[in-house]
Write a protein that binds this ligand. Structure first.
Ligand code: BGC
Length: 362
């Protein structure tokens, strides 16, 4: 079958024409025909050989971790899924260690040993191939009405997990806390999906990103009801003056300098959520003492969050349906273009512009 793979040792990105077709190996597995695979910043890092690891003993990694597929075959003990159903798979699989409470309790997204694996990223082949096989435990059934947008489920789960964590963490404030003012840093798919989730949760949300208006990301944000400000035109102090005390920042740019600048204007009792996984950059100079003083005197939380749990996938699928009802046509428009697998390299080059690019099969 066809598959898109990276070969880190020889630094090659190739479309394989004859990758072995995966078969069911257990009674709870499901064979899936891949429909769409989203491409994200992590894939760019992988295609640049700065991130990602092939499975043990192999010299290549099939990429792709944001997938939508159609069930074609189910093992005899599979429940709740049948051929023809649409599914999205989760990404991370638990580490093998007894001592990891997170993995042993079904939360590999909080793995403490670092020996987790991730499909299409860490030591497990991904979904950017004509077929993949996955255990039913890692698949979520997708309603047919979400066919056009379900490829966005995985990037949305990042926001779902973050907002679920914030809800718990802010229970430290022993009064009825209303969703306040949020700033999303970055206007890529993770940022815009995060903005949708924040608006849905009731936050008045501003998107703050580099490129000056007009541009299609700014337009996408403003059509949702989130004002867009460019960091090239509006410094963080001015942003804070316009927005008011910032209760929550959702960092979705992986740009450390911009993030630490923005941290300076986080409001009292606020939460700053980091989701970006940047590659290696120049060292950064920070006003450490002022920052510590601010974090302490303003009771602020700084939260890093990665990956997502079972329930976050369910929440993301529910939210995609709500988003479609609230902003008809807008979620679909986050997908700028669909491409054949042969275009993977062009897509990861980052030169195409737009918001989300997707590889399609079949
Ligand atoms: C993926 C996550 C993954 C993370 C770290 C992100 O791009 O969406 O599922 O855990 O990269 O590898």
């Amino acid at each position: 079958m066809k598959a898109v793979a990276v070969f880190p040792k020889s630094r090659e990105v190739r479309v394989l024409e004859d990758a072995p077709e995966p078969r069911l190996r257990s009674a709870t597995e499901v064979r899936v025909r891949t429909l769409e695979v989203g491409v994200c910043g992590t894939d760019k890092e992988i295609a640049d050989f700065r991130y990602g690891t092939p499975p043990e003993g192999e010299d290549f990694l099939i990429v792709g971790h944001e997938a939508l597929g159609e069930v074609v075959e189910v093992g005899e003990h599979v429940q709740g899924l049948k051929p023809g159903d649409l599914v999205v798979p989760r990404v991370r699989r638990p580490c093998p260690h007894e001592r990891c409470p997170a993995c042993r309790h079904g939360y590999p997204d909080f793995c403490v040993t670092g020996d987790y694996t991730e499909r299409g990223i860490q030591k497990r082949h991904g979904f950017c191939s004509e077929y993949f096989v996955e255990d039913m435990a890692y698949l979520h059934r997708v309603p047919a009405t979400l066919r056009q947008v379900a490829v966005l489920t995985e990037p949305l789960t990042i926001a779902e997990k973050a907002l679920r964590e914030v809800e718990h963490l802010q229970e430290r404030l022993p009064w009825d806390l209303k969703p306040g003012r949020a700033v999303v840093l970055g206007a890529g798919p993770v940022g815009l999906l995060g903005a949708m989730a924040l608006l849905r949760a009731g936050y008045s949300t501003t998107v703050y990103s580099r490129t000056p208006k007009p541009n299609e990301k700014a337009e996408a944000a403003e059509l949702l009801g989130a004002p867009y400000l460019s960091s090239q035109q509006v410094p963080v102090e001015e942003l804070a003056r316009r927005v008011g005390p910032v209760d929550l920042v959702y960092e979705a740019a992986g740009a450390s300098k911009a993030a630490f600048e923005l941290l300076r204007v986080l409001g009292p009792n606020g939460v700053f959520i980091f989701t970006g996984v940047p590659g290696r950059k120049q060292p950064l100079e920070l006003e450490g003492a002022a920052l510590l003083k601010q974090l302490v005197l303003k009771n602020q939380l700084v939260l890093g969050t990665v990956n997502a749990a079972d329930m976050d996938f369910d929440a993301a699928l529910e939210d995609l349906a709500l988003f479609q009802a609230r902003w008809p046509g807008r979620v679909e428009r986050l997908v700028t273009a669909r491409h054949p697998p042969e275009d993977f390299q062009k897509v990861v080059s980052g030169k195409l512009g737009g918001i989300k690019h997707v590889i399609t099969f079949g």
